[in-house]
Design a protein around this ligand. Structure first.
Ligand SMILES: *Cc1c(COP(=O)(O)O)cnc(C)c1O
Length: 407
């Protein structure tokens, strides 16, 4: 099958393979392959695929653009925010020390602690441990206020084995702010790694987080930015980004012909090129770089207020479309503030004889299937995220829900 044939549309591809297509009303979830990409991004990836390039040169130029957009010293394209966290940890563990680069993830004889607030623990911090870091948790455990954390908790945990402080952009009460975290860490010369995978919207966070002085900030490219699913951007201090590049790029190189020989060898910064590093399995394709840069360019130029109004219009179609249905209620959330607007579809499960779990599964029955947010299923509701619901998708979802509830 030649994938370039005109009649091989994407829909045909999945149909022939026997894979159900999904209308994504759940947001930019990785397990759904993220959101569909716009033509301009796909065209950039197509164009980039036509030539080979030196990846280190492509990363250098791409990084300059990422730095410009975020206000950071330097930037790097990763294969996702989680990969960015692993690379960030590797950079903080090894710096420009070739021996340490070679040892990772074995950190038994080198400083290896990353301090994190108990409130910020989440399953993605596995990426930090994958580089060889040991997480040191701080903050109240139980009473008087679960998880409540003070700056001094972080400070007291910093000592000679500390290589970084981890901070996550998430909606939790009682956590130390990024500004205070940076102040405490920098007082002791320790860098701060920020998990900013879920920090957009608002677009202003692209610059805000870096402006706090945070040393490495990892964003997803495949979420709201609309880049390839396996893309991300890591931005921050030049010396740390250099360490990332050295531990990520393919290192089957010779000192006398290595593209980076002037920067690292002639300058005396390194005695030679490192070996393949801990980041080598986190490969980034040239197409991902092209797609991410294009998506980011479109994202920063977007009229974000108009976009938000459009998203609110979409969830109102859902709310109004379900208005007459007995035992179902559409509640709009997030109309204020800077995050996503959402609609929560609350079921009277007893009266309907149908649980929110059932509704999630029934919405998957047809092709295309419909995926909704499941975070509230135990409480009897599902959510709809309007991000990918262009065209008549909102009314199609209404029709499908009505059909399920009346069957
Ligand atoms: C989505 C997410 C990640 C992972 O991002 P990827 O780009 O999918 O690797 C990490 N941390 C948080 C808080 C997230 O929401």
């Amino acid at each position: 099958m030649n994938p370039r044939r005109k009649d091989d549309s994407l829909a045909d591809f999945y149909e022939k393979l026997g894979v159900k297509r999904v209308i994504n009303a759940a947001g930019t979830l990785t397990r759904l392959g993220g959101a569909p990409m716009v033509d301009e991004v796909l065209e950039a990836m197509h164009a980039a695929a036509q030539w080979s390039v030196r990846m280190e040169e492509l990363q250098e130029k791409a990084g300059a653009y990422l730095a410009e957009v975020t206000g950071a010293e330097a930037g790097y394209v990763t294969c996702g925010a989680a990969a960015g966290l692993q690379l960030a940890a590797a950079a903080c563990l090894a710096g420009l020390d070739l021996r340490k680069m070679e040892l990772l993830p074995d950190t038994s004889n080198i400083p290896n602690e990353i301090v994190t607030q108990r409130l910020h623990r989440n399953a993605y911090d596995h990426a930090l441990r994958a580089a060889g870091a040991k997480l040191v948790e701080v903050g109240h455990i139980g009473n008087p206020a679960r998880g409540y954390t003070d700056p001094w908790h972080i400070e007291a945990a910093i000592h000679k084995n500390t290589v970084a402080v981890h901070w996550v952009y998430m909606d939790v009460r009682g956590a130390v702010s990024l500004e205070d975290t940076v102040a405490v860490a920098h007082k002791h010369g320790v860098p701060v790694i920020v998990d900013a995978a879920a920090a957009l919207p608002p677009a202003a966070n692209l610059r805000r987080l870096v402006a706090t002085g945070a040393d490495l900030v990892s964003f997803s490219g495949g979420k709201v930015i609309g880049g390839p699913q396996a893309s991300g951007l890591l931005v921050g201090r030049r010396n740390l980004i250099d360490s990332v590049a050295l531990q990520h790029q393919d290192m089957d190189v010779l000192p006398l012909t290595w593209t980076m020989r002037h920067k690292f060898l002639d300058s005396g910064k390194l005695p030679g090129p490192p070996l393949q590093g801990i980041g080598r399995p986190l490969k980034v394709g040239k197409e991902q770089v092209a797609g991410l840069l294009t998506a980011l360019r479109i994202y920063v130029a977007q009229d974000h207020a108009a976009m938000r109004n459009e998203q609110i219009r979409r969830i109102k179609v859902l709310q109004e479309g379900l208005a007459g249905v007995p035992n179902v209620k559409g509640e709009l959330l997030g109309l204020e503030g800077e995050g996503y607007p959402l609609v929560r579809i609350v079921l009277d499960e007893k009266a309907l004889g149908l649980t929110a779990f059932d509704l999630v599964n029934r919405l998957f029955d047809e092709d295309p299937a419909i995926a909704v947010g499941q975070e509230g299923v135990a409480d009897g509701y599902v959510t709809v995220n309007p991000l990918s619901l262009d065209g008549d998708k909102p009314s199609l979802i209404v029709r499908r829900i009505r059909a399920i509830l009346s069957s």
